[in-house]
Design a protein. Structure first.
Length: 404
């Protein structure tokens, strides 16, 4: 499940920045304006603002999650084809919004199905997510290495990855129907509670409220790396950027594989804070690489993807699961997605869009300066602020290490 669900976005999520950059201003089709790489990330953030929570409530109370998973993957395939056919910035952004309105509920549904079918979630869930990293790597290697090897040219700045992603979404839609029966937790004839009432019940827990605040700040800095590392590698002439970035997923696999052992000694809260510290180190390395032109800090920054991703985006759902019961599991995962991938990424997207327009591709400046040193330095400063806030909101001592 995790492997197939990670492949669609893994096929074009890394290269979309290169595609937009190749068609910005006077380049390529010229369909995109200055700053659109950054502002396009708003589509992903908007997709996490409402739909994950609403779909979580529906999955808890009305419709079996596997049915929702199949339907949302079909809609994602249609949206990916819309991206493939778009000829204007507006149409491209609309289809991007549609895609992520479907994609982020799918992530929460996969978490819900996984957590509901594991005997020891805190020991086994990281291993389940490991297969998602393998799927992302497979997609990146296919786009970055296998396709050029088979057909003789790179497709990282072309539309082709959107078509590959659409086919993968169709495959996942079919597979979703074979997943174990999970939920809904409440029978139809009992009547579903209003989503607003269910959210109010969950947010009455002060520990969950503070955790959601922490999740917001934890996810703000990630947008700079997620959307500009690939354009940075392409601009600085790194070979096979999409494939090089899969080193991050190899790191992620190593971290996820060892997390059950680590959690016997460290608390979930501690790992969450260490994850934010890894983001600080990552942006410091990228700033040094951009300023000196040396390659090794870039590779180290990519290899930090393991703790950066796993300690924030895998530990986060596990912490959210601690604050609820099984009947409200989907809604709690949805609230976490709203706070982290929703509000956190909205603020992050607005920030990196402004950063791009200011120091990378400012209007009226030809050729654009691409001041990567300043760009990564700003991201580093933002991550330091987030680390301080996160440490104040999440007391690591509250969450004891897991035991058998």
């Amino acid at each position: 499940m995790m492997f197939l669900q990670s492949w669609p976005l893994g096929s074009w999520g890394v290269t979309i920045g290169a595609y937009i950059a190749a068609n910005t201003g006077g380049l390529g089709s010229g369909a995109f304006s200055s700053g659109f790489i950054g502002y396009s990330t708003l589509a992903a953030a908007v997709g996490s603002l409402v739909s994950p929570y609403l779909v979580g409530v529906v999955g808890d109370r009305l419709v079996p999650p596997r049915w929702l998973l199949a339907g949302l993957n079909l809609a994602s395939a249609a949206a990916a084809m819309g991206l493939l056919a778009s000829e204007s910035e507006f149409a491209f952004f609309v289809w991007l919004c549609v895609y992520f309105q479907c994609y982020f509920p799918v992530v929460t549904l996969c978490n819900t199905i996984g957590l509901a079918n594991l005997n020891r979630p805190e020991q086994e869930f990281p291993l389940l997510r490991l297969y998602g990293a393998i799927g992302w790597i497979a997609a990146g290697v296919f786009v970055g290495f296998a396709w050029p090897w088979m057909f003789g040219s790179s497709i990282e700045s072309l539309r082709t990855p959107f078509a590959i992603g659409a086919v993968a979404n169709l495959a996942m839609a079919i597979y979703a129907l074979t997943l174990p029966r999970t939920g809904p937790a409440v029978r139809l004839d009992t009547g579903p509670p209003l989503p607003r009432r269910q959210a109010g019940k969950l947010l009455a827990d002060p520990k969950l409220r503070w955790f959601l605040v922490a999740s917001f700040f934890a996810c703000v800095p990630s947008m700079a790396y997620n959307n500009f590392c690939n354009p940075f590698l392409n601009h600085t002439k790194f070979p096979a950027p999409a494939a090089v970035m899969t080193l991050g997923q190899l790191s992620e696999i190593a971290v996820l594989a060892t997390m059950p052992m680590v959690l016997r000694r460290l608390s979930l809260g501690s790992l969450y804070v260490w994850g934010m510290a890894a983001w600080v180190a990552r942006y410091g390395l990228l700033t040094a690489a951009a300023g000196t032109g040396v390659a090794w800090p870039v590779y180290l920054a990519i290899l930090l993807h393991g703790p950066c991703f796993a300690f924030i985006y895998v530990v986060g759902p596990m912490l959210a699961d601690r604050f609820t019961n099984h009947q409200d599991r989907g809604a709690a995962q949805g609230l976490y997605a709203v706070a982290s991938s929703g509000l956190g990424h909205v603020v992050g997207a607005l920030a990196v869009g402004a950063m791009q327009a200011a120091v990378l591709t400012p209007d009226g400046v030809n050729p654009p300066p691409y001041d990567w040193t300043t760009f990564w330095a700003i991201a580093s400063a933002v991550s330091v602020v987030s680390l301080v806030v996160l440490f104040r909101c999440v007391n690591p001592s509250r969450h004891s290490p897991t035991t058998d």
